[in-house]
Design a protein around this ligand. Structure first.
Ligand code: NAD
Ligand code: DAU
Length: 339
């Protein structure tokens, strides 16, 4: 199989590249990533040693670049991770979210159609379902839950999902969509809750908790997300949406306190700050469809995954320190300027 992985220099895309290289070493992988602030080529250093792997710096919304790439490479499968992914940034500046997440998806759909890709997979999010109330723990997001978005980020992801479904219905493009809950694990950019709290706690800095810290997220270890996408692209039914989540609900305060406990740091570092506007209260996935149809189950419980993740950040300080001091953005020039 020859696979295009967009956004492969980001958190989940890179973990997916390593998952595929390990479990399907016969497949060829081309990563396209525009190396925005969230893309880090240092993350792909090990992948770049594989003969089956290739990196291309390009913008998924650049129609001419995508057309040339698809014409040259003849992909069997496209997995679209590339996106602006941070809710807080979408509140500050929605426009780039619409360009990348909606227009970029449309460009990829057009190229997939023109060059007859065998499977187009859209990596979506549980945020398209909006949120659940805290006092109804029996409620979960299923694939039938209505789309009901809160932030410019989730609205842009929902718009992309609708386009993907339209290309299936109208043009018979063979698509699948996955909607996953919050991921955590190696290579998570230190603007998101868990890596931000780990890196700041290690520096004895205040930990900014929005509102009262009572919002609930359903955490999934990133490798379990990768195994689910791998199953969907190989065995999932064309035209279907699959929810991905592992019943690991925690309040933000519980997560932050767990990190402090594991690092031996005091709870006095917690600093309550003004809440995120439109802040979703609770996400919780019902994964019955993917478990029943494809036999997927998550391998990592939150209590184990958070320990592994903290250890990874302790063992790979250079990775996140390069992000905080900005050095990672020089890496592309170092690697490619002479070529
Ligand atoms: P990320 O922000 O870490 O990575 C995004 C990657 O996309 C970066 O490498 C960036 O350089 C690249 N990119 C951005 N704009 C681009 C463009 N125009 N052209 C080419 N590349 C571009 O994001 P992530 O957390 O790894 O999320 C990946 C996907 O998974 C996103 O689609 C996101 O919506 C979805 N998702 C994320 C989570 C989560 O918890 N992080 C959960 C469910 C779904
Ligand atoms: O559910 C899937 C989504 O999970 C993905 O689609 C998004 O791309 C991903 O960023 C994530 O969105 P969240 O908004 O849930 O993640 P974030 O890490 O930004 O925040 C998690 C929770 O922690 C949320 O309730 C806000 C809170 N928070 C976050 C930050 C960065 C804080 O309290 N303080 C913070 O400093």
């Amino acid at each position: 199989m020859k696979m295009l992985v967009t956004g492969g220099a980001g958190f989940i895309g890179a973990n997916f590249v390593y998952y595929e290289l390990k479990h399907h070493p016969e497949d060829q992988i081309v990563v396209v990533d525009d190396l925005t602030y969230a893309g880090n080529l240092e993350t792909l250093v090990v992948a770049m040693k594989h003969a089956q792997f290739k990196f291309v710096k390009a913008d998924i919304a650049d129609r001419a670049a995508m057309d040339a790439l698809f014409a040259a490479e003849k992909f069997d499968t496209v997995v679209n991770f590339a996106a602006e992914s941070h809710v807080d940034r979408s509140i500050e500046n929605p426009e780039i979210f619409l360009r990348t997440n909606i227009m970029g998806t449309q460009v990829l759909l057009d190229a997939s159609r023109k060059y007859q890709v065998g499977r187009y997979h859209q990596v979506s999010t549980d945020e398209v379902y909006g949120d659940l109330p805290l006092d109804r723990p029996e409620l979960f997001f299923t694939e039938e839950t209505h789309i009901h978005t809160s932030s410019p980020y989730s609205a842009s992801k929902a718009s992309a999902d609708l386009l993907v479904q339209a290309y299936h219905r109208t043009f018979k493009l063979p698509i699948t969509i996955s909607r996953c809950s919050n991921n955590y694990g190696p290579f998570h950019f230190p603007e998101k809750l868990i890596p931000l709290m780990i890196s700041r706690a290690l520096a004895d800095q205040q930990l900014p908790v929005y509102g009262k810290g009572e919002n609930v997220r359903d955490w999934l270890y990133v490798e379990d997300h990768c195994s689910a996408i791998d199953l969907i692209i190989r065995n999932g039914r064309v035209g279907e949406v699959y929810n991905i989540g592992g019943h690991n609900e925690r309040t933000n305060l519980e997560v932050v306190k767990t990190i402090l406990r594991e690092l031996g740091k005091p709870e006095s570092l917690i600093h309550y700050v003004t809440d995120r506007p439109g802040h979703d209260m609770r996400y919780a996935i019902d994964p019955a469809k993917i478990s029943g149809e494809l036999g997927w189950t998550p391998a990592t419980r939150f209590d184990d995954g958070i320990k592994k993740t903290i250890q990874w950040y302790l063992d790979n300080r250079f990775w996140w320190e390069h992000i905080i001091n900005g050095e990672y953005q020089n890496y592309y020039a170092q690697m490619y300027n002479q070529r």
